[in-house]
Write a protein that binds this ligand. Structure first.
Ligand code: GLY
Length: 376
């Protein structure tokens, strides 16, 4: 039996809310036990997608019902393409149909899409009900289930409508990783590797040291290793979120590699996963750090090597023009005065502080030069 770890996150300053992130294997009986002993609502809605319905929602429903917990299941069609206003409305209308009031709670069982949309529904349903995140993908387990960012996509862009709504509890069950494709598995781990690069060199070294077993996805000690890895990862993320819950300053460090990643993602019409674009974005930022004289070649190469070994892309797709990538970045929602800002490293494990701002503007010419060097 694998170990179970608990990470606590305390958000005293703004939401005044603390919660636990439980990391373990085969956690469904524990989830039911916890909710029976410490209910978050008088009844629950379990939200999941069409791929996970049979695989995980049914077993979790059975565990919850066996504990006498009242729960209704709502399923939406899987895929980011369905993280929309229409799907949100469909789910809310089902909840109204079941007569769920302010004393209900939502369980989001799935990956990033489910957690983002479920969190947003919980944030606004009857002016806010609790949400429990049961994360089943590497994206959700390493990043999106923790920290309270919620959103849906609209024709104008990804995650443009949303708010901060912290979960009441997060469960990270490494047994659910089994159903992920190789591509999604690696893509989601990018955020974890990023946490090492920006905040904890020892953590990145631990990942590199165990990279073969992590990427093999099976073998002796695999589950315990992943539990240790995800608990450590979420301790890093929790610390950043605790210091800046609503991304006014420090939390920007989590956007390392994301400025260019968002442009590439859009210009490629979402043919690459978010994680694949972040991988390319990290390599570009590492090269920018090198070009601007902040980092050594070894530091830049180390980042590129670890991502390459994960099977992730580290070059700009040949169909993209550097000029277009930079122009798109300047239009991003996180740009200031129509100029993108880039998070850079002081060294591996530490971001560069630009006078109290953890990101800096860089001339289009310099960024384009680096992107040209990185063309496939
Ligand atoms: N995914 C970055 C953050 O939670 O701020």
């Amino acid at each position: 039996m694998a170990l179970t770890e608990k990470v606590s996150i305390s958000l005293k300053k703004e939401a005044g809310k603390s919660y636990d992130i439980v990391v373990g294997e085969k956690l469904f009986p524990l989830i039911a036990k916890d909710l029976a002993e410490k209910p978050l609502g008088s009844s629950y809605v379990l939200l999941t997608d069409s791929n996970l319905k049979k695989l995980y929602a049914k077993p979790l429903m059975d565990e919850l019902k066996a504990k006498g917990i009242e729960v209704n299941l709502v399923v939406y069609q899987a895929g980011e393409i369905n993280k929309t206003r229409a799907t949100k409305a469909m789910i809310e209308d089902k909840m109204f149909g079941w007569g769920l009031g302010r004393d209900s709670a939502l369980i989001a069982l799935g990956g990033g899409v489910c957690g983002d949309m479920g969190g947003f529904i919980a944030a606004t349903y009857m002016r806010g009900i609790p949400v429990v995140q049961v994360a089943t993908s590497t994206v959700a387990q390493t990043d999106s289930s923790v920290g309270g960012k919620t959103a849906i996509d609209v024709p104008a862009g990804k995650n443009l409508i949303g708010c901060f709504h912290q979960p009441s509890k997060v469960y990270i069950d490494v047994a659910t990783l089994e159903s992920l494709s190789e591509r999604d598995y690696s893509s989601g781990l990018v955020e974890l590797v990023k946490h090492g690069m920006i905040a904890d060199k020892e953590f990145l070294d631990f990942f590199i040291h165990n990279q073969d077993l992590i990427m093999a996805r099976k073998g002796e000690g695999y589950a315990d290793l992943m539990i240790k890895l995800f608990a450590w990862n979420n301790r890093i993320k929790a610390k950043v979120v605790e210091s800046d819950e609503t991304e006014k300053g420090m939390r920007k460090v989590l956007n390392y590699g994301h400025t260019l990643a968002h442009s590439i993602e859009k210009l490629m019409n979402f043919k690459l996963t978010h994680g694949e674009c972040v991988s390319i974005g990290i390599v570009a930022n590492a090269r920018l750090g090198l070009k601007l004289g902040f980092n050594s070649k070894e530091e830049s190469d180390l980042q590129e090597d670890v991502l390459k070994k994960m099977g992730l892309p580290v070059r700009i797709p040949k169909e993209l023009e550097p000029k277009a990538i930079v122009a798109k970045a300047n239009l991003d929602k996180k740009a200031r005065q129509k100029q993108a800002e880039y998070v850079l490293l002081e060294t591996i494990g530490k971001v560069k502080d630009f006078g109290g701002n953890y990101a800096t503007k860089i001339s289009a010419e310099t960024v384009e030069k680096v992107l040209t060097e990185l063309k496939e």
